[in-house]
Design a binder for this molecule. Structure first.
Ligand code: PMP
Length: 425
């Protein structure tokens, strides 16, 4: 329970679903500072989110009060740490719409979760001539492992293109996904365009061809309700650090029968049942995939992040972000020539808003905004093929979360106007 909440329980306006931004902001100690003499306006949550006090305290509590290794000790501290670690797994299982906890594998992040699937499931199941389908808007984390696997196995890598509006172009989906397709790997929400992809529709096509579907939920899980059963995917990956949790923690969710058939990815302690020099048997799920000492403290603190999100309500977070996104797109559109990437309709997208200025390089935009205390991301956003398909070299990206509101959008737009004056364009 967030202790600070007890003092002021009003965090969400029940009529509008809008989050009480000032209250939320006060929960994030890092935001209470000046950067280069200006109020910090943090618009880089798609890269990593800030952490509320409850998450920071949960981490401190673990190290101060019950730091111990898990699953193996028989002393009080080890039992407490094990219970807290497993409580996060339970919480994640609920967060995903009520999946089985043993289907929740802790990894170091989305990247490792996807690599786990590529190395374990992919190594075993992909054969020469098989097809792996990805999309043109993938983050390198959901692209590089498949490129490498396809090369190694002499498999065919196919991709779903994007429309000029930044949606997946599903016109020829029936030609792209075929009976040779073994896996479709698609981002649930683009980190560059903000596009929310029709993952369920894709699973319908994939299912008709016996192909599995992996969704990269790194950008979706922090910002919208995720019900695994409704999504109908086989694998789902996301990172704690983008959803108010600590770095170094991610989740791979996969169907139990797939995890049971998959060989372990990393070998060592805890993932075995019996070991001799010539025969090894694997531990039960989920331990089979969690070799070695995991990121115990950070996994435990991740639960505090999920509690925080639950308290706000994921539906409220989504409503709040749609309102900010609508406002951001409207205000950014006031700047002549500024190009906003991705869908313009907030119901079709998340709160990561990429844009380019015809005369000013995104890195210069980022540097100028930083001088005003505004943190954004500039670059290729680990999605080089997408940036090329968009005909760009880079974009600037402002991304919003629970602690942002319209005032932050105003600060961004005013700084961009000042930037244009500064550069004389
Ligand atoms: N996929 C997407 C869509 C992302 O935005 C990111 C992070 N930028 C990743 C995967 C990789 O996440 P991580 O670095 O936490 O492993």
């Amino acid at each position: 329970m967030r202790s600070d909440t007890k003092n002021n329980p009003v965090t969400v306006d029940v009529k509008t679903g809008r989050i009480d931004y000032e209250r939320i902001r006060a929960d994030f100690p890092i935001l209470d500072q000046q950067i280069h003499g200006n109020r910090l306006v943090y618009l880089d949550s798609a890269a990593t989110s800030q952490k509320p006090r409850t998450v920071i305290n949960a981490l401190l509590d673990y190290y101060r009060k019950y730091n111990a290794n898990i699953h193996r000790g028989i002393h009080a501290l080890a039992e407490e740490a094990t219970a807290a670690y497993e409580a996060t797994r339970q919480k994640v299982a609920g967060f995903l719409g009520g999946v089985a906890p043993e289907e929740v594998i802790f990894t170091s992040g989305t990247t490792e979760a996807i690599n786990l699937v590529a190395y374990s499931w992919g190594e075993k199941n992909i054969k020469e001539g098989d097809e792996i389908v990805i999309t043109e808007m993938e983050h390198h984390a959901n692209l590089v492992p498949w490129v490498i696997l396809a090369q190694k196995k002499k498999a065919v890598l196919k991709r779903i293109p994007i429309t000029i509006c930044g949606h997946l172009d599903l016109t020829h989906i029936e030609d792209i996904i075929t009976d040779r397709t073994r896996l479709v790997a698609v981002t649930h929400m683009s980190n560059v365009l903000g596009t929310i992809n029709p993952v369920f529709e894709i699973t319908q096509v994939a299912g008709r061809h016996g192909a599995l579907v992996l969704a990269d939920g790194a950008q979706a899980a922090p910002h919208m309700p995720v019900d695994i059963k409704q999504l109908n995917v086989d694998f789902y990956a996301f990172s704690a650090h983008k959803m108010l949790g600590p770095t170094g923690v991610g989740v791979l969710w996969a169907k139990k029968h797939l995890l049971e058939e998959m060989p372990p990815f990393i070998m060592g302690g805890e993932m075995i049942r019996e070991v001799s020099f010539d025969r090894i048997t694997w531990n039960d799920l989920p331990h089979k995939f969690e070799a070695g000492t995991p990121n115990i403290g950070n996994v435990i603190a991740f639960k505090a992040a999920l509690d925080y999100i639950e308290e706000l309500g994921m539906d409220n977070i989504r409503l709040h972000e749609m309102a900010i996104t609508r406002y951001a797109i409207q205000r950014l559109s006031e700047l002549e020539g500024l190009e906003i990437q991705g869908p313009l309709e907030p119901t079709q997208r998340g709160a990561a808003v990429s844009f380019t200025d015809p005369k000013i390089h995104p890195h210069d935009i980022g540097t100028f905004l930083d001088s005003k205390g505004i943190a954004i991301r500039a670059g290729h956003h680990c999605a080089q093929p997408l940036i090329r398909a968009m005909g760009k070299v880079a974009t600037a990206r402002a991304s919003f979360y629970v602690y942002n509101d319209e005032k932050d959008v105003d600060a961004l737009v005013e700084a961009l106007i000042e930037m244009r004056r500064y550069f004389g364009v």
